[in-house]
Design a protein around this ligand. Structure first.
Ligand code: ATP
Ligand code: MG
Length: 592
């Protein structure tokens, strides 16, 4: 099956990097006090639990032979108290650390989202949106466990192991060495397995990311899928992706599952060795109580050791996620304010393109040396074959991309020298692919000017002839529409985004294919409103409708990234060039 961008695994770095950990720790820093308190409490319970086997030993060796029921009861009380305390502290730890983890995750996600909003069009052009989604949602979730429990557990487990080893050595260093004798073998096996386990989890996570991206794309493209009856084929692709992911999961599980039995084996071996050594050395001061104590120590020893190896594993996996997240956070918004950017003063609307060259991809020039001047208040129609570069020209005017070469001036000011916000705030842009957000129709119009009054919204809608159809909907302006405006017709969507562009009351108005889906009758009515609206504004209209083009002050014919003709309708008709040919081929029958 053809591999598309979605089916290409993201490369997840395999090694653990301290740098990422330090960066992520910044997010838990505000909770330093809580974390320190919890670590101290856990250390105390750790110590209490290590003391317990000592009590067991004394009970077996002293209290039981001497029939001291009072001391036995005291010992039982001590053991119960530590168990109770441990469970209370554990409960507190879980609540508090979950809180820390969630807050840290919320802060991280906020950073990722706000950074995402600063990234230029080119970032989104170049990758499946599902894969961006995976980072913001899934990857961030995946490190929440590390932030909530992982770090605290690593510190306390490490502490417990060290204290335990010290205590065992202090109680009887020979028994201690016997108890820990399987440890080196265990370490060797774990280290050998670690790399393959880590790789296995990464493989799984890459496949999972592909899957999420594919689902996201499939939902967006569902109508096309059904229109071409591609369901079975897509089902097949999806099936393969699921099988891929589940195979990778099984593989990882298989390796992970091997660790448990190995620990049991190591633990049994250690206990066995303890007993054998103990029996042979009863004369050298080793007692039944001491053997029981060490049996408990052996069980206590392997727990944190396994935990630590799991934590290490989680840390390396999280490291891969962190890399993806930081990779996004470090993505430089290459379209950004210059260091010395100033606010654009109130625009009059004179525009100049001087030697503008532009390429989306290096070396593939889309615009070649484009030069033109537009006077304040002029309406310019851009016409030309598909893919000629019309949308590109107006994208550059809003500075959605950086120029490869040349300069664009508005009122004589180089637009790369002013802040993006002050520039875009004064432009009304209706993009070729109109986008409707989920919310009410009024919300969608208000998108360009949050403080617009209801009357302003209705006025804007009236001007673009959208008022009538909006009023006829069940809740009028308060009718809910979904993302992409699926319950609206294409023309209605255009009218709404048209109203949105007008509401901003911009000095420069850009309408890309604004009228292509609007019927002739509506368009004729709209034309009147448009005329009123375009007056006093500099406007660029990319339209296929003749009326819009003919009414323009100037028509620019774009072909292969160059302006090859420029002039009024009459002038260009007289010239009998490209525009004349386009006109006679497409519009002549509409004339008169
Ligand atoms: N995001 C992008 N990344 C790379 N190349 C692009 C991108 N957008 C457009 N192009 C290329 O740039 C050229 C000009 O595209 P543009 O969208 O400006 O055409 P257009 O004149 O608006 O066409 P249409 O009338 O079909 O809307 C096309 O060849 C297209 O393949
Ligand atoms: Mg276009």
């Amino acid at each position: 099956m053809a591999r598309n961008k979605i089916d290409i695994d993201e490369v997840l770095e395999s090694e653990f990097k301290l740098e990422y950990l330090m960066r992520i720790l910044a997010y838990v820093k505000p909770f330093k006090k809580t974390i320190v308190l919890i670590v101290i409490l856990l250390m105390l319970t750790g110590i209490a639990n290590i003391v317990n086997p000592e009590i067991v030993k004394i009970t077996i060796d002293k209290f039981i032979p001497n029939k001291r029921i009072d001391f036995i009861l005291l010992a039982a009380f001590a053991l119960t108290a530590t168990t109770l305390l441990t469970s209370l502290i554990t409960k507190y730890k879980i609540t508090a650390m979950n809180n820390v983890g969630q807050s840290a995750i919320a802060a991280l996600r906020k950073d990722v989202f706000s950074h995402l909003q600063t990234l230029p069009f080119s970032y989104f052009d170049n990758r499946p949106h599902g894969k961006i989604l995976v980072r913001v949602v899934h990857y961030v979730n995946s490190i929440s466990d590390l932030l909530s429990n992982g770090l605290v557990n690593i510190i306390t487990d490490l502490f417990n192991v060290l204290v335990l080893v010290a205590v065992m050595l202090a109680v009887n260093w020979r028994l201690a060495l016997v108890a820990m004798s399987p440890f080196p073998v265990f370490v060797v096996i774990i280290v050998l397995m670690k790399t393959s386990l880590h790789r296995a989890w990464q493989n799984y996570s890459a496949k999972n990311s592909n899957l999420t991206a594919y689902i996201q794309e499939s939902i967006s493209g569902m109508k096309v899928t059904q229109a071409y009856s591609r369901e079975n084929c897509n089902q097949g692709i999806f099936h393969d992706m699921i099988m891929d992911a589940s195979e990778k999961w099984m593989k990882a599980q298989k390796i992970a599952q091997a660790i448990g039995p190995m620990v049991d084996l190591a633990s049994i071996a250690a206990t066995l060795l303890l007993y054998i050594y103990g029996i042979r050395n009863f004369d050298n001061g080793i007692t039944i109580g001491m053997l029981t104590q060490f049996t408990i120590y052996v069980a206590m020893f392997w727990n944190p050791v396994v935990n630590l190896s799991n934590q290490y594993n989680a840390l390396t996996t999280a490291s891969a996620y962190m890399e993806s997240i930081f990779d996004l956070l470090d993505e430089k918004p290459n379209v950004k304010d210059a260091d010395d950017a100033v606010d654009m003063p109130v625009i009059n609307g004179d525009i100049e393109f001087r030697n503008v060259c532009f390429a989306y991809e290096p070396k593939q020039m889309i615009l070649n040396n484009v030069n033109f001047n537009v006077k304040q208040g002029e309406t310019i129609a851009l016409v030309g074959p598909t893919g000629a570069g019309k949308t590109t020209i107006i994208n550059l005017l809003s500075r959605f991309y950086n120029l490869t070469d040349g300069t664009i001036f508005i009122d004589g000011i180089d637009i790369s020298k002013v802040t993006l916000k002050s520039l875009r705030r004064q432009m009304g842009v209706m993009l070729q692919d109109t986008f409707i957000f989920s919310g009410t129709i009024a919300d969608n119009i208000r998108y360009s000017k949050l403080d617009a009054t209801e009357q302003e919204i209705i006025d804007a809608a009236k001007t673009v002839c959208a008022d009538e159809f909006i009023q006829s909907m069940e809740n009028g302006y308060d009718t809910q529409v979904n993302e992409r405006g699926s319950r609206l017709s294409a023309g209605q969507r255009q009218l709404i985004s048209f109203a949105r562009a007008l509401l901003a009351d911009p000095k420069i108005l850009i309408l890309d294919e604004a009228t292509s889906s609007i019927d002739t009758e509506t368009e004729m009515a709209l034309q009147k409103g448009l005329d009123r609206l375009l007056s006093g504004r500099t406007s660029f209209v990319i339209a296929h409708r003749l009326s819009t083009i003919k009414n323009a002050d100037r028509i620019m014919y774009i072909d292969k990234g160059r302006i090859i003709e420029s002039g009024s309708h009459d002038e260009l008709m007289k010239k009998q060039g490209a525009y004349y040919r386009l006109y006679t081929a497409q519009y002549a029958f509409l004339d008169e």
